[in-house]
Structure formats: structure tokens, C-alpha cells
Design a protein around this ligand. Sequence first.
Ligand code: SF4
Ligand code: SF4
Length: 458
Amino acid sequence: MLLLPFRTPARFYIYSAWSNRIHETSQNFFSRFSTSRPGRERISTAQQAGLLPAEKPTVEIYGPEFTENEILGLKTNGPDMLVLSISEKCNFRCKYCYYSDSYRDSRPHSAKMMSEETAKKSITWYLGFKRDEFRIGFYGGEPLLNAGLIRNAVKYAESVGTIPPVFALTTNGALLTPKICDFLAEKRFETFVSLDGPAHIHDRYRKERNGAPTFEKVMKNLRLFRTNHPAYFEKFVNFNVTTAPPDPLPAISTFIEDNPELFRGKIPKLSPVKLSPDNPHPFFTRDNIANRIDYSPVWNSFLNSCTKGNIPGAFERSVCEAAIARIHKRHMKVMERFVTTGGQCVPGKRCFVDAEGIFHMCERINGCFPVGSVEKGYNFERIASYLEQYSSLLGERCNECWALRLCRKCIPMLTEGKKLEESALGAFCERQKKTLERNLVRYCETREKQDNCFDWIV
Ligand code: SF4
Ligand code: SF4
């Protein structure tokens, strides 16, 4: 059903996916949506109250018309971002690394490096599209192991393009020498450094190949980077923080507070480590209850600040802001007859080029779903076929789901080896709906105390 009845300790609500609105109701009316009542009766009550339309909306995920338009867009504008995986080699061996043996289906660490020819061909292809902005990212393994290629690729992109591209780098921070930092600052790179918190947290999993800790080295580089380029550092350098069990949150929060010179003005990007049922590492096994990280104290602190009219701290914002923004900034427009569900990306909107010049839809998908190559550009038939499979796998499941317009799903979540499988989504749906419901309760309960408490979110 496209409705979610939910309550806070004080009030009763019904969220309608059709209107994307949250309606406050009386307890009496709310009780008419009890699951003990027949589904048809609940739908008819909702229709009479204007919470659902008289005719059931048809939900279409990537229907033929949508696919055609998206492909037309890709043919003209190309990807929003080109990401060059210039080094499959890495000087670290982080225990949770996607390119480790902790995960099925991902490639292992390797010594492959992207050639200059592949990088230049990819850039020529990308800069040939009609766009107002070009974004080129450098990724690995550790991309700074191929720093010469970064310099040459930047020089090349600046010489052939008419619009100067925005460059980005994701690095583990160990090779941020003063010379490299000068270059990044000069070219205004958006630099993302992986830093998981203080030494005793960071060094749990982020280790060198020989098992040596990495925290001290990375911090030394960061401090020098900041001293040499304070204005650039404040604006353009940010952090990727992977949260992995056992619970690292209090330590990360204190670390951010204790190091304002590094974190000032930044909302670090927090990513929970990918837990999976069959992960060989005991800490990354989803079914192990001890691996759950308790985010509720951070949520409480975030919501308390909002209630008091304050903007929460950086750490609280990095944990909670996106989830609340998704609810607060939703488009409260009635569904069209056909809607596409929110959250999923179109393959090709981002183009991840591996070291051999094969295009993939992003860095989080295994190698079995290429979308083209540097030699031939995009393979639009393939892109259309992924969309078609995605649409037919999700159509039935999503078109009755209240979470339709808030849920964030994507094609990589459906991968099972070489196939896309709807069953791979089962556990995700459970978690997603539970989380969304909890966040709707948090959202409404906080607004009951202070109605404009989230208006600072842009
Ligand atoms: S630095 Fe990145 S690529 Fe290298 S092992 Fe760690 S997570 Fe993997
Ligand atoms: S929670 Fe599952 S069924 Fe519901 S919209 Fe998301 S993917 Fe579809």
C-alpha cells in the first residue's frame, strides 16, 4: 500500500507516497489504518479522505519513454563525472577494502596501472560532450602511485578543453608529499582523504601491506598540507570516514572536535563499512548483532541542537543531515500517472573507467556490467538493457511500496555475480523501510517541538 501510518509519542500521522505528504490525523482516524483491517477497506478510507487517488497510480521504473530520454541525454551531455581508476595498485591493505578478499565479486588488488593513452582517450571522449561543467576524478587503489599520470592528464585536459574541468582526487593520504600538495592546491583539486578517526580507530583496519599502522603518517602529511596551503585546505580538502564495528562513533566525534584545524568548515563523508552475510571477516558479518553500530546518541544530539534552533556540529551533520534532508526537501507533488522512483542512478551518468579502459556505471559495481569502453564510447544497447532489467525486476516490488519516493536504491544493489537479481534487494528493502520509518518519526517529533527546526538545511 502506498501509505505508512506512523505515530510519535504525542501525535498520529499518515504518510502518503502518492502526494508525498505527511498528514497529521486524529487517533480515531489513524485506527482505521490498523493492519487488522482488510487492505481494501483501508484503501477506500484513504481514497475518501483524499490520501490516495480514486484510480491506483501506475508506477513505472525506467519505462521505455524514460529510457529513451535518458539515453538521448547521455548521447548529448555524456556523464556528469568521469572517474579514472588510474592505479589498481595500493600501498595499503585496509581490512574492509572493497578490493580485498573480504567481498565476493569485486576485483582483487592488482599491479595494473592505467596508461597515458587510455587516460587521454577517455578525456578526449568526455570533453567532446556538450556540457557547462566537466568533472574529472582520479581514483584507485591509490591514485598517487601513478602521480605522473595525474599531472599529464590534467595538463592534457586543460589544453584540449574549452571549459576548464573541475578535478577531484580520492587518496589514502600516505603519499601527500609537499610537492603533490602544491600541485593539488594550484589546480584547486577537490581532495578527499580517507581518515577513520583517531589512531586507535583508524589503525584497526587501515594498515600498510606489511601490517604497519598508517595514522601517524597520514596525519603528519595532512598537518603539513594545511600549514602550506591553509585557505585551499579549508575549502577544498575533505575526509572520507569509514565507520566499522566495533562502534567507533564517540571516538570519531571527539577526534573531530579535538582537531578543528583539520575539520573546520567541513562535513566529513561518513560511509558505513559494507556488511555482508558471507564476509569472511568476523567484524563485517551482517548477521552478527555485535557488529551493529549504535547511531542513536548522535541522532539525539543532532535533533536536540535543531530543536534549540542551533545548527548541529559537523559530526552530527555527517551522520544525520542527508537523511533528514531527504524528508524535509521532498517534492510534495502528486504522482504523475507514471512515475519513476527516486534514488536510482542511470548507468552512464557517472563513468568509471578502469585501468584497461572499460567503462562501468560506478566504482561500487563488480566488473560484470560494463557500459562501454574508451575505444567505442558508450554502449547504449547495454545501458538500455540494464534499465529494462532493472525496471522489470523492481516494478512489481516497488509499485505497492510506501517508501517508493523516499527510498535510495541503485543497480549495484541488485548484482549477484554476473546477474541482476531482485532477491538481492530483500534485506535492503527491510532495512530501508525500517530506517525511513524511524526517520519520519524523528522528523515529526522534532517538528512538534519546533516547527521550523530543519529550515537551515539547504
Ligand atoms: S587505501 Fe583504499 S584502495 Fe587501498 S587498501 Fe585501503 S581502502 Fe583499499
Ligand atoms: S524499499 Fe524496496 S520495494 Fe520499497 S521502494 Fe525501495 S526498493 Fe522498492
